[in-house]
Design a protein around this ligand. Structure first.
Ligand SMILES: Nc1ncnc2c1ncn2[C@@H]1O[C@H](COP(=O)(O)OP(=O)(O)OP(=O)(O)O)[C@@H](O)[C@H]1O
Length: 569
């Protein structure tokens, strides 16, 4: 049996890791089992590394693979009783076969190096990039491996690590050479490359998932060390961090990326620094918006007639709009597997006044009244003849309302024509307890009140389309409305549309990091279909990525999280 220990490796030729073994005893020292740490891929044998990774990650494929490996020792009973033995048998069997490509022999004169730390590695050139970057160490002038991209050819070889010092490439000394002189050399080489190098350290991997809170495109970033080595992402994408060793460039891979190849992404610190440098520009941006959207929709569902127009015009909140002080970067997320007994997540709809939040909410309610519901607002105004307590509003005294304010029982409240209106936390609980999806529309500055594991809010931002489409769709709706509708169809002026778009931009800049989904409300039927489908997909998804802080609030987690809510009061 092929034993993966130092002694035996020196004298064995393994066709799957032939390059390494043909490098002689020195190179063979890298292959082996670190007995103190159990099964560890210490060398480059790709089969061994793959098998050990399967064991370590508990891959169900492993047993299937062993059983189907047509190797006599790997019968079902042996596999279950002696998985390690079966693993070694598979290795032996595979290693004895011939695999393409066969690595060329490394010239003998390369092998008489005395230094123990010097290694030689031979790689076959394919279309796949090497997946490593190099740099010149400023103090020593040596050429060192700057980064190894996770999942790339160099990483898969298991031989080259960040910090390794490259001495020669195919016999050409790299001394006194600059990185830009070395790259053409690598490109010009024929089918195989071998490096002589001094081992430095190895990369460790992290079990950390983050959601990006901003868009990033390396093609538009002149400071990225290597465009090909970086990955693009959009706000909302979930990324797995594989290395945070570098303060400015982390390594991460897209969760949906099946090949698991990592790329560079700007670190949290780097992105924050960049935003801080851009900030002065934002400060000088003309502020066109008249007032923050405030007193609005949550209360209007309880109303039968159209005071909407007036309410929207005279909207003023008694509470201010709080923004985040930290630029949104990344937020640590963890997978949430919804159990059938778990309550539905709270769905929050936000958007500038008049964009159509209420219209979309109304359509959702009509489309599936068994699934969706809304909260009943509180008010201090007199009950009208046609209204019912607990159905249209909870009618309460000013004293009671103010006591609830003091006890922080409202998510949002405001004053309109001398009367209080508000949405209480209890009213949300009530809907959720009925097993329904609670649709809540509040100003985005209020999301913080329900940003907890209890509510697990899913935030949808309703965004206006471009001005031409906004004008067209709203005017078309006005003309197609009949007599009865005229008191509910809002009449917009050109200026309203501009304000709506400005306010939408401001909201997105300030609170965009909290949005799980953005729906552009141009054609109402299209927007509604998209929203409905997205909510259903979210509710039915096996795994939902939620902020880690909702579930784990340990100090370490808190420190690791990107503290994107700091600055909120
Ligand atoms: N996509 C659309 N096309 C045409 N008209 C629309 C569209 N979306 C909404 N509307 C109309 O625009 C008006 C305002 O919509 P809605 O009341 O839903 O806005 P809102 O975002 O809830 O704002 P507010 O809370 O200030 O009332 C309504 O008359 C609605 O029917």
């Amino acid at each position: 049996m092929f034993e993966l220990n130092q002694h035996d490796c020196r004298h064995k030729q393994c066709s799957c890791c032939g390059a390494l073994l043909s490098g002689g005893p020195r190179a063979c020292r890298q292959v082996g089992m670190d007995k103190s740490r159990g099964l560890q891929p210490k060398g480059k044998c790709c089969i061994w590394i793959q098998l050990v990774q399967w064991v370590q990650t508990g891959q169900p494929n492993l047993l299937e693979f062993l059983i189907q490996s047509d190797i006599p020792q790997c019968r079902t009973d042996t596999v279950f009783l002696f998985p390690s033995q079966s693993l070694l048998s598979v290795h032996d069997a595979v290693a004895q076969r011939d695999f393409e490509p066969i690595l060329p022999q490394i010239p003998d004169d390369v092998l008489d190096e005395d230094e123990d730390s010097v290694k030689i590695v031979s790689l076959v050139k394919t279309k796949e990039p090497l997946g490593a970057t190099i740099k010149r160490d400023k103090s020593t002038g040596a050429i060192v491996v700057a980064r190894i991209m996770r999942g790339g050819a160099a990483d898969k070889s298991g031989l080259i690590h960040e910090g390794d010092e490259l001495k020669e490439v195919n016999g050409v000394s790299l001394e006194h050479r600059k990185p830009k002189e070395i790259l053409p050399l690598l490109v010009s080489l024929a089918s195989a490359i071998w490096f002589r190098y001094i081992v430095f350290l190895s990369v460790s991997s992290l079990d950390l998932f983050i959601r990006a809170l901003f868009d990033y495109d390396p093609n538009e970033d002149p400071t990225v060390p290597c465009k090909d080595a970086a990955i693009a992402f959009k706000r909302g994408d979930v990324l797995q961090i594989v290395s945070m060793e570098d303060d400015t460039w982390w390594q991460a891979c897209h969760l949906k990326d099946s090949n698991g190849r990592a790329g560079l992404i700007p670190s949290k610190q780097l992105h924050e620094r960049r935003v801080a440098l851009q900030r002065p520009k934002a400060l000088f941006k003309p502020w066109r918006v008249k007032a923050p959207a405030g007193f609005r929709r949550s209360f209007r569902l309880g109303k039968k007639s159209g005071w909407a127009k007036e309410a929207a015009r005279s909207r003023r909140w008694s509470t201010g709009v709080h923004g985040s002080m930290c630029p949104p970067t990344y937020i640590e997320v963890i997978p949430y597997h919804k159990d059938s007994t778990d309550r539905h997540r709270l769905v929050i709809l936000v958007g500038p006044s008049g964009v159509g939040v209420n219209e979309l909410k109304r359509r959702l309610l009509i489309s599936d009244p068994d699934r969706y519901s809304v909260t009943i607002p509180h008010t201090t105004r007199e009950k009208r003849r046609q209204e019912n307590e607990g159905m249209d509003y909870h009618f309460v005294s000013v004293h009671m309302f103010e006591e609830d304010i003091l006890n922080h029982r409202f998510i949002e409240y405001g004053c309109y024509r001398g009367h209080y209106y508000g949405t209480s936390l209890d009213s949300v609980h009530q809907v959720m307890a009925e097993g329904k999806v609670c649709l809540l529309d509040v100003h985005p500055s209020k999301i913080k009140h329900v940003y907890t594991s209890e509510f697990k809010p899913y935030v949808v931002f309703v965004k206006p389309p471009r001005i031409e489409e906004l004008c067209l769709t709203r005017r078309r709706a006005k003309f197609s409305s009949n007599e009865e509708d005229t008191n509910v169809v809002r009449i917009f002026a050109e200026e309203d549309f501009e304000d709506m778009i400005d306010l939408s931009e401001t909201m997105e800049n300030q609170y965009g990091h909290l949005f799980d989904k953005v729906v552009v409300n141009g054609d109402i039927a299209v927007a509604f279909r998209e929203l409905k489908a997205d909510l259903e997909k979210m509710q039915e998804a096996e795994v939902q990525w939620i902020p880690a802080e909702w579930i784990c609030s340990s100090e370490t987690k808190a420190r690791r999280s990107c503290s994107y809510l700091t600055g909120w009061k």
